[in-house]
Design a protein around this ligand. Structure first.
Ligand SMILES: Nc1ncnc2c1ncn2[C@@H]1O[C@H](COP(=O)(O)OP(=O)(O)OP(=O)(O)O)[C@@H](O)[C@H]1O
Ligand SMILES: [Mg+2]
Length: 374
């Protein structure tokens, strides 16, 4: 810096410090506050005289308070400052007891009177709130998308539930007839009622699966067997496929490691890919074939799920658009399916993508890291 600049800074340092939005304070080697700027008082609600001379730890809730004291003690004993130059996120506490997230960066200042530290504190409340709002919005969107997926599948779901209901009605009629006979065959009656019960359970299971899929809140991550998840899902998709004359085929690798994920969200992704594949095959009247293949395998430390169809494939001019929100080539499409799916998978540290197949149709695949953050 040239002398003129230094002079200017000397003259205006207090105004500059007070104009900064972040809290800037200096601390001595014992961790006691030496000076604060306006923003410090604004952020924490203390007056200058309450702050200066007090330990910095008064601005921290536990466990940061204890950790800070430890840091100061360490520094006094060893002369080694561990967090210098390293910014980090932690929590601060205002005078009124409000706890808020901050980003703290500390630097060392050597003076002829010894070592001091300068701390810059940025209030992250607004940022964190925006982040949380975004997550919540995505969660809601994800739920809406699940409802709409189910809405599209109404015909097949109705069919799926109607079948056991019809069977139940038939068995009930058979039971009435058996009871009206003079010589009651108890064994036949027991058999018929047992079958009736099995059908009722079957209908109940379909409904339960749908409820679980639509209702469950997101965000419950656990170690999941992806093959079991795919099989469970196949019950939801099978009726839909059958209705469109499509055969679901599975090629699931054995011995896959479990993946840390939210099973309902991952099912939502897989079901979306299957729904899209069915749409693409249906659009050309399955003229390329009727088989939709769902596969799993281990690939470079990730579990990969592939959905291989023989539908329309993706046209060259749409290649860059398929994952964009509201891009759809369908008359009644929302164009949200893939964009939500991609954000779910990326949120899991994975990737979702596709390629057109050589022969026909395309393959959508997603990969979830095996050592996801537990
Ligand atoms: N398997 C596929 N084969 C060919 N095109 C596909 C396939 N999957 C997706 N697409 C294309 O990508 C577009 C976007 O898919 P996306 O799932 O995001 O929305 P959508 O299916 O049109 O509507 P929805 O929001 O109801 O899912 C589709 O309209 C279609 O053009
Ligand atoms: Mg879709």
């Amino acid at each position: 810096m040239n002398a003129k600049h230094v002079q200017w800074l000397n003259d205006y340092a207090p105004q500059i410090l007070d104009a900064v939005v972040d809290a800037i304070l200096t601390i001595d080697a014992r961790g006691h506050i030496q000076s604060v700027n306006e923003a410090t008082m604004r952020q924490f609600g203390y007056t200058e005289s309450e702050l200066v001379g007090s330990p910095l730890s008064m601005l921290m809730p536990e466990p940061y308070r204890a950790a800070h004291q430890q840091f100061v003690d360490n520094y006094i004993a060893s002369g080694e400052a561990k967090i210098i130059g390293i910014g980090r996120e932690l929590e601060a506490r205002a005078k009124d007891g409000r706890i808020f997230p901050i980003y703290l960066a500390v630097s060392e200042i050597q003076t002829e009177n010894g070592t001091y530290f300068a701390g810059i504190i940025r209030d992250l409340s607004a940022e964190k709130a925006a982040e949380a709002a975004m997550l919540e919005q995505r969660e809601r969107l994800s739920q809406v998308a699940r409802l709409s997926t189910m809405g599209e599948m109404t015909a097949s779901i109705a069919h799926e539930i109607n079948q056991p209901l019809t069977a139940i009605s038939m068995y009930a009629q058979a039971c009435v007839k058996l009871l009206q006979m003079d010589n009651l065959d108890r064994q036949k009656l027991v058999d018929a009622l047992t079958k009736l019960n099995r059908q009722a359970l079957r209908a109940g299971a379909v409904i339960e699966r749908i409820q679980r899929f639509v209702r469950q809140e997101d965000g419950e991550r656990q170690l999941v067997d992806i093959n079991a998840l795919v099989k469970d899902l196949s019950h939801l998709a099978a009726g839909d496929a059958r209705l469109h004359g499509i055969e679901l085929r599975f090629d699931l690798a054995q011995g896959l490691p479990n993946v840390y994920c939210d099973p309902i969200q991952v099912q939502q992704v897989a079901l979306n890919l299957i729904r899209n594949a069915i749409d693409a095959m249906h659009e050309i009247g399955c003229s390329n074939g009727h088989v939709l293949e769902i596969g799993t395998r281990l690939l470079d430390g990730a579990v990969e799920v592939t959905v291989v169809d023989c539908g329309t494939g993706v046209a060259e001019e749409h290649m860059d658009l398929v994952f964009s929100a509201f891009h759809t080539t369908k008359q009644d499409g929302m164009g949200m399916g893939l964009s939500i799916c991609r954000s779910i998978i990326e949120d899991h540290g994975g990737e979702l993508n596709f390629r057109n197949n050589d022969a026909c149709g395309c393959t959508f695949y997603f990969r979830l890291p095996v050592d996801g953050d537990e």
